[in-house]
Design a protein around this ligand. Structure first.
Ligand SMILES: [Zn+2]
Length: 182
């Protein structure tokens, strides 16, 4: 995995850039949780489930099916999340999906079972620029710094640029921004 905070950063940066009216603070928080949640599967190690098992790390929890399921469950709670069912489903589902997609860009461990339950095959993208974060990483080790630098470059920077573009587009689209000029 990229580190857990890096997973959360993707929906947080992009959702915040879209503005509170589009993505409520509660929906933003739900997206951040959904982006981190797949790595709760490391708990399976404690119960003797092997990494390569279907329900091992980066297995079923790291699939399109699981992202859809999370999005649907969240959509049921659209009222407390101060949103609409579709917006909740899309934002939380895409946040959850961003997790295995990022993992599939890392240079270590096993791939993600993206197509579960149809296939348990572990997949990677052909291009894997992100240095993998060791499980239970100590971030102040030399390896930790390599991981941090890699995540800044390949995740935080592109997301921050995309968020900035979204923010700029919103400013340009907002009619009162120009109407208020005396
Ligand atoms: Zn993961």
């Amino acid at each position: 995995m990229p580190t857990i905070l890096t997973h959360a950063a993707v929906p947080l940066l992009l959702g915040a850039a879209a503005g509170k009216r589009a993505i409520s603070p509660r929906l933003l928080a739900a997206g951040a949780i959904a982006a981190m949640l797949p790595d709760a599967d490391v708990l399976a190690f404690k119960f003797g489930v092997a990494y390569a098992d279907t329900f091992g790390h980066r297995g079923a929890t790291h699939s399109i099916g699981m992202a859809l399921a999370l999005g649907m469950v969240a959509a049921l709670a659209y009222r407390p999340l101060r949103s609409t069912p579709w917006r909740t489903f899309l934002f939380v589902g895409l946040a959850a999906l961003s997790h295995p997609l990022l993992d599939a860009l890392t240079d270590g461990g096993l791939g993600v079972a993206l197509a579960w339950p149809f296939s348990s095959e572990r997949l990677f993208f052909p291009w894997r620029p992100i240095a993998v974060s060791p499980i239970g990483a100590r971030f102040f080790s030399a390896r930790g710094l390599v991981v941090l630098g890699s995540e800044l470059k390949w995740v935080w920077l592109p997301c921050a640029l995309a968020a900035f573009a979204v923010w700029l587009a919103r400013r340009g689209a907002r009619p009162e921004a120009t109407a208020r000029v005396p």
